[in-house]
Design a protein around this ligand. Structure first.
Ligand SMILES: *Cc1c(COP(=O)(O)O)cnc(C)c1O
Length: 497
């Protein structure tokens, strides 16, 4: 006799909880994080150290929190906010006639610039198999954009001493299929300027578009010039530069979720837009990747930018530049430390050398962990080709106050690192286990075995000492590395039954 199927219980959320309790829980959760204010976290966060600025941003967000930027004909205030913001960016970095868009961040600005170039190349030059030419130091977001949008990447090596590409090498990489060539001002990894004018000139000569990635430098370099320091031209006034990205959530000191992509004119920007009238819903015009757009983000960026103003940004930039002027010579004087390239001043990368005077990953990673235990976050970066592994620092006005303490702890950690180099190695058994994996046929069980062996089971919490993890990653072939990185983060974002 057929049995009745058991009724499955309806999925249920827990019952609603009081607001105060939830806010208290959020605050407690935040206690686990690296501090975003106070200047001891040298990556990911940008602290202007200006009293009241966070409150202003939060309050401005709140005013517009419920507004949908999707339809500016219904919410005209978002037009005013965005046109104001893009206008301000254009006044500093653009040129007459340039037009832009407010986006959610550098990655979205870059994604849109690449899409624009791809569609422009197809429409204007009949390019059907587009290429993206970029120096090896260009931000990973360009590779992501190429991956999403179906462009082939052509990577130009950089000099392992200057971390800059030779303009002739970039020029030689341009073909009839090149949709876009990239230059960074400066690069994220080492904070050095690409030869923007030369790259843009080479692009112009072949009638190819050129994007300047000023995500991290665009709201720093113009004010650095204002302090009297030399800054090589890099913006839309440079002949051949056709688009530019600048993150307001970096040196614009806005909260996360604000960047601008600028184009030489509206004609070029048109290729960024998506319009669709072939469905039964409302007529769609999306300038960005998003549909619904949080107008609160525009409002907070607008308020922060206009509150700080030209004088505020110049003063904040002076603080960062002064910090770099103190930090760089002191770093260069430390034994076994090598500052990479000639950074413009907001980002600094340095490697740590071993007994044979070559960069030593174990020491670099050990330093990162040592510094973390002392309450600092410095960002480890692995070797890439001839480019050495290093520690990366993002300087902001809040970090500037800590230069002497930072140097003191770096010196101590360096001694500690020298003493403790031997223990930071990869278990040969683990390496053998991992290296035998085929990234194309990797099963969930194999991944779980490696992660468990490496003590990375992913209980929703990352390990406190990252050195052994990164040592393992570094020793693996790149495709396998990418696979394991994906699986590791996927294991972190795991809901428990
Ligand atoms: C931060 C950064 C990006 C990516 O921006 P997100 O805001 O992190 O998406 C791209 N290029 C450079 C040079 C950057 O510094």
């Amino acid at each position: 006799m057929p049995t009745e199927p058991e009724p499955t219980p309806a999925p249920a959320l827990p019952k609603g909880r009081p607001a105060a309790e939830l806010l208290a829980e959020l605050r407690e959760l935040r206690g686990q994080d690296a501090p975003t204010r106070g200047g001891r976290t040298f990556a990911y966060v940008y602290d202007a150290g200006v009293p009241g600025l966070d409150d202003l941003a939060a309050e401005a967000y709140r005013v517009h929190a419920t507004v949908n930027g999707l339809d500016p004909t219904v919410f005209p205030s978002v037009l005013r906010l965005e046109n104001d913001l893009v206008g301000a960016v254009n006044a500093v970095l653009g040129r007459p006639g340039a037009q832009g868009t407010l986006t959610s961040g550098g990655t979205e600005s870059i994604l849109l610039a690449v899409k624009t170039a791809r569609d422009h190349a197809r429409a204007e030059r009949g390019v059907t198999r587009p290429q993206l030419v970029l120096p090896a130091t260009a931000h990973a977001a360009f590779h992501k954009a190429a991956h999403y949008l179906g462009l082939e990447t052509v990577t130009v090596p950089v000099d392992p001493e200057t971390f800059r590409p030779a303009p002739a090498d970039v020029a030689a990489a341009l073909t009839d299929r090149t949709a876009l060539v990239v230059a960074s001002a400066p690069s994220y990894a080492h904070g050095v300027m690409d030869p923007v004018a030369e790259i843009a000139a080479a692009a112009a000569e072949r009638d190819v578009l050129c994007h300047v990635d000023a995500c991290v430098g665009g709201w720093f370099l113009p004010f650095l010039a204002r302090t009297g320091r030399p800054v090589a031209p890099f913006d839309l006034t440079v002949p051949g530069v056709t688009s530019l990205s600048v993150d307001l959530h970096k040196y614009g000191y806005a909260d996360k979720g604000a960047s601008v992509v600028l184009y030489r004119d509206a004609h070029l920007r048109r290729h960024q837009y998506f319009a669709h009238a072939r469905w039964p819903g409302y007529p769609v015009v999306n300038p960005t990747v998003q549909g619904t757009r949080p107008a609160g983000l525009a409002a907070q960026a607008w308020a922060v930018l206009h509150h700080l103003g030209d004088d505020g940004y110049t003063e904040l930039t002076r603080q960062v530049a002064d910090a770099a002027d103190r930090l760089l010579p002191a770093l260069r004087a430390l034994p076994d430390v090598r500052v990479l390239g000639e950074p413009v001043g907001n980002l600094v990368a340095f490697t740590v050398t071993g007994p044979d005077a070559t960069p030593d990953l174990a020491r670099v990673l050990h330093m990162a962990d040592e510094m973390r235990e002392r309450g600092w976050y410095l960002q480890p970066q692995l070797a890439y080709g001839a480019l050495p592994p290093n520690l990366h620092l993002t300087l902001t006005p809040a970090t500037a106050a800590h230069v002497p303490a930072l140097l003191n702890d770096l010196t101590e950690a360096l001694t500690g690192a020298r003493a403790a180099v031997a223990p930071v190695t990869v278990d040969p058994q683990l390496l053998a286990l991992a290296a035998a994996l085929d990234p194309d046929t990797l099963t969930p069980e194999e991944v779980a075995a490696v992660l468990a062996f490496a003590d990375l089971g992913g209980e929703g919490r990352p390990p406190t000492r990252m050195a052994p993890v990164l040592m393992l990653l570094d020793a693996l072939p790149v495709r396998l590395k990418e696979r394991l990185m994906t699986e590791y983060v996927s294991a972190l974002f795991q809901v428990r039954p």
